[in-house]
Design a binder for this molecule. Structure first.
Ligand SMILES: [Zn+2]
Length: 444
């Protein structure tokens, strides 16, 4: 029976429905959405025809596997071929009211269009997520993410819809942001994990103790895996005296597609908006629940530009086990890394996040780290650079040996360890660069 506790849930009936009801809802939405994509988008019509499938071929959710994949390069190519928004768009332009654009670290940014209804549904979903993380109308929420074309910007309107006082801070210099948080006594803040760490340390260097002197008690973080690595999350929590909730977003869909509830046991997915597949990146077959695979996403409602079977390149694991909060949606258990961040060291798959978990659990280390890869006599060598803390007065050799053993146990890879003085490694203001791969890739 669906729970009807309006204090705990934003949409109680929906959020606590059975798994069978979730699947039926997704199937109904997907049938309609594939038809809409095929009828409205020249790209999807051609792609489905080329694969020999039509929307009428979908009778179960598993039938989606007969439909073609989509990737970032295709979105970009179609935008170039049919400017300015590409022919994945499935509505007349007069119905489009908003676009975000990806930050475009490589090549041309791609635009993600929304109809008026798409936008309203998105903001309602953001409100639902914030509610699940404990945000309430009595909160003062500061949004310290970039607004300039960035899909993360309008998420602040979800907090506003929920009834929280919303402070559209944007990307202010750290000292100014700290002053804003202090002046308006903000109780919640959204930023990246690296920046939350950096901002907390900046505060301390100015003689401000975030836990004692500021009112922030909830931090929402996204954009990097750190928020789902318990060791990282707990250290940011200790620095701020606040709860940290991890969120996952994608520039081509929503600013946030999944977020942690107050139980902090995985990220609840927006299953009435997005269908999740987790596939072996080589065979493209589904992996067993709980195993790591590539996240592949299909929108279920977004009319302006449907996204069908989009390969995100993110390596994740998921679960449908019931959550203690009572919500029944699928949960993301972790983003373990990017397909293109995945290092192969001595034949072993290694993600920076695996190393991060080890480095951040040792109180003798600052938590900053970098992976340096090179090759010595044709053999891979991994060196993990880490910093000891300012007050460390123990035996450096012993610390080095301990870290080496813990890294080997956690990753299966034997690594050299270089201990550096605190403050040696570059601090990230946005996304941290953790890998310095100096190997020659003769096969690429
Ligand atoms: Zn939950």
């Amino acid at each position: 029976m669906a729970v009807q506790d309006h204090d705990a849930y934003w949409h109680p009936g929906l959020e606590t429905q059975s798994r069978a009801d979730w699947r039926q809802l997704q199937l109904d939405l997907l049938k309609d959405h594939l038809r809409h994509a095929y009828d409205g988008s020249p790209y999807y019509r051609a792609a489905f025809d080329a694969q020999g499938v039509s929307p009428g071929d979908l009778h179960t959710l598993d039938d989606l596997r007969r439909f073609p994949f989509l990737d970032k390069a295709t979105i970009r190519d179609r935008q170039t071929a049919v400017p300015p928004f590409g022919d994945l768009v499935a509505v007349p332009e007069r119905e489009i009211v908003y676009i975000s654009a990806s930050s475009g670290s490589t090549g041309v940014p791609t635009a993600s269009p929304f109809t008026s209804k798409d936008f309203e549904e998105w903001i309602d979903y953001e409100a639902r997520q914030f509610w699940s993380s404990g945000l309430r109308p009595t909160d003062r929420y500061a949004h310290a993410l970039n607004f300039s074309l960035f899909v993360g910007g309008p998420c602040v309107m979800g907090a506003q819809k929920l009834g929280a006082l919303s402070i559209h801070a944007g990307t202010l210099p750290s000292e100014r942001l700290l002053a804003v948080l202090n002046q308006f006594r903000a109780t919640a803040l959204w930023t990246t994990p690296s920046y939350a760490w950096h901002l907390g340390e900046t505060a301390q260097s100015e003689g401000i103790d975030p836990a004692r002197d500021l009112a922030v008690r909830r931090l929402f973080v996204a954009g990097e895996p750190g928020g789902s690595i318990p060791e990282t999350r707990e250290r940011i929590e200790a620095l701020w005296g606040a709860e940290v909730y991890d969120y996952y977003g994608l520039s081509d869909i929503f600013g946030s597609c999944a977020g942690m509830c107050v139980e902090k046991d995985g990220l609840h997915w927006a299953e009435d908006h997005i269908l999740v597949e987790v596939l072996n990146p080589e065979t493209l077959e589904p992996v067993a629940e709980g195993e790591r695979g590539e996240l592949v996403l299909t929108t279920l409602r977004k009319r302006a530009r449907p996204i069908i079977r989009f390969r995100t390149g993110d390596i994740v694991s998921v679960t449908t086990e019931p959550c203690r909060c009572g919500r029944t949606s699928l949960r993301l258990k972790g983003v373990h890394g990017r397909l293109d961040d995945m290092l192969i060291v001595k034949g072993v798959n290694l993600f920076p996040g695996d190393v991060e978990a080890v480095v951040r659990q040792d109180p003798a280390l600052t938590g900053e780290y970098r992976l340096v890869l090179d090759r010595v006599e044709r053999l891979d060598r991994l060196t993990v650079e880490a910093e000891h803390t300012q007050g460390f007065n123990g035996d450096l050799e012993e610390l080095r040996g301990r870290l080496r053993r813990q890294l080997k146990a956690a990753t299966g890879v034997g690594a050299e360890v270089a201990l550096l003085a605190p403050g040696t490694l570059p601090r990230a203001v946005h996304k941290a660069k953790r890998i310095d791969d100096r190997r020659q890739h003769v096969w690429s």
